[in-house]
Design a protein around this ligand. Structure first.
Ligand code: KIV
Length: 264
């Protein structure tokens, strides 16, 4: 497999080839995922929950993400590395520029921001300055206290239509990838069909252009609440390299996520 780039990810959407993505936070797991042919690794701010044991992602800082991005970047050869911009690190455009630069210099190939069209100028500015951006809509965990919990988003028609408009606007601003988290299957399909950039779903059904899992869910070591959309691949295969290959295959063959792991 050659190095994955934004152009390759776009081509995959155009050729209806599904994108497999997973979170990772260190070089050892990143190397296993890379060698199995994973297309994208996200250094997610989910590390606040799965590594640091917090109840949400809000305590995560740019320094935390930069540290884990350096570790992941050291472990990969071909996989595309995306780094999360943590809570309040892009509240102003100036903050976004400064903090995204830190993450790109730590080895990220792209940064991810949570939110809708209010990020238009920030995304346009980052892209102009050479920083590729992934947008994130639906259940955006940094806003968990605004939502009143980790809840499916976009079930009401008005909210769904609004999310579609946000997606189109984020693409126009320059976003080159879009994560859709915990949205109904039909809405994820409408968004995927309505934009030309690839969509990566988590709890968004099979019709997105790709799928992402948090690695602790994928190997079944998450504690506490286990999301409905997660799947323990280690349980099926008994070892992590084969679990990774199976996940990639099930994404590419549109087997994962099954209906019972999706939302209406
Ligand atoms: O932080 C993270 O791991 C994420 C994924 C759930 C998409 O944003």
């Amino acid at each position: 497999m050659a190095k994955i780039t934004v152009s390759k990810l776009l081509k995959m959407k155009q050729q209806s080839e599904k994108i497999a993505a997973i979170t990772a936070y260190d070089a050892s797991f990143a190397q296993i995922f890379d060698q199995a042919g994973m297309h994208v690794i996200l250094v997610g701010d989910s590390l606040g929950m799965v590594l640091q044991g917090h109840k949400d992602t809000l305590p995560v800082t740019v320094e935390h993400i930069a540290y884990h991005t350096r570790s992941v970047a050291a472990g990969v050869e071909n996989t595309f590395v995306m780094a999360d911009m943590p809570f309040m690190s892009y509240a102003t455009t100036e903050d976004a520029y400064k903090n995204a630069a830190i993450l790109m210099q730590a080895g990220a190939n792209m940064v991810k921001l949570e939110g809708g069209d209010w990020l238009y100028d920030t995304i346009a500015g980052l892209t102009r300055n050479g920083i590729p951006v992934c947008a994130h809509l639906g259940l955006t965990p940094q806003s968990v206290h605004v939502f009143g919990g980790f809840k499916v988003q976009g079930r009401k028609e008005e909210q769904a239509n609004q999310m579609i408009e946000h997606a189109k606007s984020l693409e126009k601003a320059g976003a080159q990838l879009l994560v859709l988290e915990c949205v109904p299957v039909a809405l994820a399909k409408r968004i995927t069909d309505g934009v030309s950039i690839p969509t990566i779903g988590i709890g968004a059904g099979r019709d997105t252009d790709g799928q992402i899992l948090v690695m602790h869910d994928f190997i079944g070591i998450s504690t506490g609440y286990i999301p409905k959309f997660s799947k323990n691949y280690l349980d099926i295969t008994g070892n992590i390299p084969e679990a990774t290959e199976l996940f990639i295959k099930e994404v590419q063959d549109s087997i994962f996520p099954e209906d019972e792991r999706s939302f209406d």
